[in-house]
Design a protein around this ligand. Structure first.
Ligand code: NAP
Length: 482
């Protein structure tokens, strides 16, 4: 096993220095696979955050005007540093988050790929020369970094969610104050170490752990923070949108999901099962784009359920570090209790557990990968995010019925459908109220495409050429009297 000790940072990065909380208080971080302590990180609050904001504001004076070639070079070096440390970073990620190692390696690789993508994309962040209405004027639109960015990230992808924010921010010339999730702070702190090693100037990247309310509050109150980028629950996202109003910050929000996965009678069944397994059980069902609701057409329903059940039985449950593990522990006891609650709610309303349904014999926060059939719209998982290894299967008859049921949620992040009917694919594109649509694919995230939700799943895009837009302001300049 590769050691991650050199990347295990137990202090916060503020203004180029590694420091503890002012009052010395710390938070214990545990490994969900064993319940054992990994280490301790600072429990910072408002005062430390205000110093980090001041450092970022001061660093922005020069970094915001730095040469494009220099910013590109730093991003390329950061990409290389991430990949050189891929195995250690993956081990650290699995230790604090629980996902199987093969998934953790993939997360580090896609995080690095986002950094490289934005190093390439910033070279094409062009302005415009606009035709003027009179001959004595010239009109220019130029693009500029927004300034200090607050980045708040969740525990389920503690590395790649930061990559999607740091990549465009650093490419544009913004400086950053980041707050990783308390359950999984080490992956974020390791980014701090690597950015320092590749030569980012002091204050450009600041990383704080501690009280979400205090750190978040100081970030949102500060007039120096010009943008907030958040990935996490819709509930916290709404709070941040409200808090951002007083200082009129730019806001991007990647929030919760409730993905439908629709399987039509004409689908390639084996391909649908392969897609279903990855869209449902990746990260133990703890992703914002995980399938929440399977809608399966009547003609293929029983065959689909039987194959899904069989594939679910085969999932090997264990510590993420063990060879062959496909399902690690859930993040904490509350996550397990939530899955249990959803199953008992479904059973009380006529659902059937055809696979799993219980805590796993391994104990702790391990849970059996589960399939529930006979799902109906009055069951809690029809409207609530499951965030666990539970497949809920609904039966439907017509395409109209499936699209209408799929859209019957406040969320609009990811949707999937399996069909071989080309005309239907375009009807789905127009009918599904989702920001990401996978047709005959259960995993569609890629750096080249914009990732982001509709409705209460958020605003703004990460990745793609659009991913830079939220980190750049445009200015219009009119030169008259020529
Ligand atoms: P969360 O509870 O909303 O927490 C996310 C982050 O916000 C954490 O760093 C958390 O800090 C912080 N936070 C909590 N309360 C805050 C406050 N009042 N002010 C400022 N920051 C605050 O979400 P989570 O449980 O970590 O993540 C799961 C959720 O994220 C799910 O809903 C999932 O769908 C969503 N998600 C969305 C995407 C996407 O791209 N759309 C991607 C991944 C996850 P603490 O950890 O210290 O509480």
């Amino acid at each position: 096993m590769t050691s991650y000790k050199h990347l295990l940072c137990e202090e916060n990065l503020i203004g180029g220095g590694w420091v503890g909380a002012d009052n010395g208080s710390k938070i214990t971080v545990t490994d969900p696979a064993t319940g054992k302590t990994i280490g301790h990180v600072p429990n910072c609050g408002r005062a430390e955050t205000n110093r980090a904001i001041a450092a970022a504001a001061s660093a922005f004076d020069s970094f915001g005007r730095s040469d494009l070639s220099q910013r590109v070079k730093l991003l390329q070096a950061l990409h290389d540093a991430l990949m050189d440390n891929q195995e250690a970073l993956a081990q650290l990620l699995t230790a604090e988050q629980g996902k199987p190692l093969f998934e953790a390696r993939g997360e580090i690789a896609i995080g690095a790929a986002y950094i490289r993508w934005f190093a390439e994309e910033i070279r094409r962040a062009k302005g415009e020369i606009v035709p003027a209405p009179t001959g004595d004027r010239r009109l220019f639109v130029t693009r500029h970094p927004v300034g200090v960015v607050a980045a708040i990230t969740p525990w389920n992808f503690p590395s790649s969610m930061l990559a999607r924010k740091l990549g465009p921010a650093l490419a544009a010339g913004c400086t950053v104050v980041a707050k990783p999730a308390t359950n999984t702070p080490y992956s974020g702190l390791a980014w701090g170490k690597l950015t320092e090693e590749v030569g980012y100037p002091a204050g450009v990247i600041n990383i704080l752990t501690g009280s979400a309310r205090d750190i978040g509050g100081a970030l949102m109150d500060s007039p120096h923070v010009r943008k907030v980028t958040f990935t996490g629950s819709t509930e916290v996202g709404k709070t941040l949108i409200r808090q951002s109003a007083d200082t009129v910050k730019k806001v991007s929000m990647e929030l919760g999901g409730n993905a439908p996965f629709i399987v039509f009678d004409d689908a390639d069944l084996d391909a649908a099962i392969e897609g279903a397994m990855i869209a449902k059980y990746r990260n133990m069902g703890q992703t914002c784009v995980c399938t929440n609701r399977f809608y399966v057409q009547a003609g293929i329903h029983d065959a689909f359920v039987e194959k899904l059940r069989a594939a679910t039985t085969d999932l090997q449950v264990g510590a993420g570090t063990e060879p062959g593990t496909m399902q690690g522990p859930l993040i904490n006891e509350a996550a397990v209790a939530k899955v249990e609650e959803l199953i008992s709610d479904a059973l009380s309303k006529g659902g059937n557990v055809v696979e799993g349904g219980q805590r796993h014999a391994l104990g702790g926060t391990y849970f059996q990968p589960t399939v529930v059939t006979g799902a109906t719209a009055d069951m809690s998982f029809a409207t609530e995010e499951i965030f666990g290894p539970l497949s809920a299967v609904f039966r439907f008859e017509t395409e109209e019925e499936a699209i209408s049921a799929a859209n019957a949620t406040e969320f609009g992040l990811a949707a999937y459908a399996y069909t071989r009917d080309l005309a239907r694919i375009f009807r789905l594109n127009e009918g599904l109220q989702y920001g990401l649509i996978g047709i005959n694919a259960g995993l569609i995230t890629t750096v080249e495409a914009p990732f982001g939700g509709l409705k209460q799943s958020g605003m703004g895009k990460e990745g793609g050429s659009q991913g830079l837009d939220d980190y750049l302001e445009s200015k219009y300049m009119c030169v008259a009297g020529l």
